[in-house]
Write a protein that binds this ligand. Structure first.
Ligand code: VGL
Ligand code: ZN
Length: 202
């Protein structure tokens, strides 16, 4: 068992990010058995869940004439537009059916404000509106995080970068992540993580 100052953060292992889903990450479901095994190793286990209203600003369908993967300017900076995904209370937003959700001790829902996206488990995409996860972890004396999940080049990346910025030691288990890989984003994410002193392990 890992010591009490460590937590496992399981990012967005939801049906819409798995094969057959609206924003499927190639092979996204392949990580579920490994994550289930890891859940038994950690005393603190936090899951995140992308949780958008149907009118969310990150959906291309909500912008006239826009297609998924186009970039628009939002008040908080550039925003990639996505297919409609992880709409609150739909099957696509549910966790993968094989994921051992009963082992989660805290679930962070993010991206529920219509006007702002939230890749990171810690802050919305303005990089300042907190989700409450930092308070939850620091109140429990946790300073070391292991991150796994989907997608390695978006929500895992931004969560890991914010965690380092907040002072956590961060390890990303690449073998328990999969990426969307938009225009080389997966290799860019690896390089950005290494630059930020995030430890990448298989
Ligand atoms: C994600 C794009 C849009 C993710 C969420 O979980 O990585 N990516 N929403
Ligand atoms: Zn999303």
């Amino acid at each position: 068992m890992r010591p009490a100052n460590e937590a496992l953060i399981v990012i967005d292992v939801q049906n819409d990010f798995c094969p057959g889903g609206a924003l499927a990450v190639p092979d996204g479901d392949a990580i579920v058995p490994r994550i289930n095994a890891l859940l038994g190793e950690f005393q603190t286990r936090v899951f995140t869940q992308d949780w958008h209203p149907a009118d969310h600003a990150s959906f291309a369908a909500n912008h006239d004439g826009r297609n998924p993967h186009e970039v628009i300017d939002m008040p908080y900076g550039p925003q990639i537009l996505w297919p409609v995904h992880c709409v609150q209370d739909t099957p696509g937003a549910a966790f993968h059916p094989d994921l051992d959700v009963a082992k989660a001790d805290h679930i962070v829902r993010k991206g529920f404000r219509p006007e702002i996206d939230s890749y990171s488990a810690f802050f919305e995409n303005d990089h300042e509106t907190p989700t409450g996860l930092d308070d939850h972890l620091s109140a429990r004396g946790i300073d070391k995080l292991t991150m796994v999940g989907l997608a390695m080049d978006f929500c895992v990346l931004y969560s890991a970068l914010d965690a380092v910025r907040l002072g956590y030691g961060v390890t990303v288990l690449e073998g328990a992540c999969r990426g969307i890989d938009l225009n080389g984003s997966l290799e860019d994410a690896r390089a950005t993580m290494l630059d930020a002193t995030i430890v990448l392990e298989p």
